[in-house]
Design a binder for this molecule. Sequence first.
Ligand SMILES: *Cc1c(COP(=O)(O)O)cnc(C)c1O
Length: 422
Amino acid sequence: MNHFSYRNGRLHAEDVGLSDVAASVGTPFYCYSAATLERHYRVFAGALPEGSLVAFSVKANGNLAVLRTLGNLGAGADVVSGGELKKALAAGIPGGKIVFSGVGKTTAEMTAALAAGIYQFNLESEAELLALDAAARSLGQRAPIAFRINPDVDARTHAKISTGHAETKFGIPWSRVREAYGLAATLKNVEIVGVDVHIGSQITSLEPFEEAFQRLADFVGVLRRDGHAIARIDLGGGLGVPYHIDNTPPPDPAVYGAMAAKLTKGLNARLILEPGRFIAANAGVLVARVIYVKKGERKQFLILDAGMNDLVRPALYDAHHDIVPVEEAGPHALRARYDVVGPICETSDIFAADRDMARLKDGDLVAILTAGAYGAVMSSAYNARPPAPEILVKGAQWAVVRPRMDDDALLATDRIPNWLAV
Ligand SMILES: *Cc1c(COP(=O)(O)O)cnc(C)c1O
């Protein structure tokens, strides 16, 4: 459920007309709905046992205004870099609600996280463990740790976002987990607090989760018998969202939460979850203008002013996004088949192929839906195109939460060395 809907024939984000925003800030732009973010957070958190930590995955949407909106509801953060750590802290999320994930944390990043009083490091290798122990020693601290265990399950999602099988770079292989915990227990500057798993993203059936959570829960017993104090179970993120409006819905968060609670019941541990996409994806759209409708030899193209530099998911993951006109098409509107593309000089710069849509003309506005997660965060300035700005709506209010970078600002990021000076 989201708060984007037609009113009087125009697509709105809550009470704000997207064509009004377009008239004011130009196109393309991302638009997020605060009510949708809040609703998704509440539904997700409400499905979990009392006292669980919902650590929003900052890599899905790291805008400070989005993080502040979620932080105000009590969300923590899951960060995967020193930059994301800074963002979460700047948004007002305290270190005590932040977990640090990722395969390659540097000593500098670990030191910054320790200084911030981080809640937990999710370690992915013995090498990281030794580096963290050394970083904590130089600060005179003990770092709270869990190991991310690679449960070797098939998440049944796109290969590029599948992280929980033995062939990926993620986590500690099953066969070495007890040894890794054993090594950690010998180190003075780390404190074992939990276990962690994250098997992938956009997972739309519960079975892979169930399989991974069950294995992890069983393993808590093994680790406790080995003498380790496992007080927290981090189940990662990955719950999928519907990208096709009229497709079969992905798992209900209530059922997912109840399953997580059931499998960990009796273990007397605090649950941590790291949702990203589930909270943010349907809370955002990318609004673009049709520059030209172009007739090719065999196809018609809608050439938008947004490109793969703004939203790379279709090019990178073959992802589907529904695309709708901002001016509502009536029931009798003529239809056409389009390849919806951007202006970038790459064949992969395509948002939809052979899409049956209401007929559009030059200058019309469209909204690419479900773009609030892994959208703006993955944007680039490829083709010297400043990435799209970001707008946050709350009721009838809206604000630019990341302005459009102008061409001169983009130019100013480069330097010409002395030997080329004229
Ligand atoms: C990406 C990521 C998440 C969030 O995944 P979603 O599919 O967006 O919920 C959570 N935890 C870790 C470790 C991640 O890398």
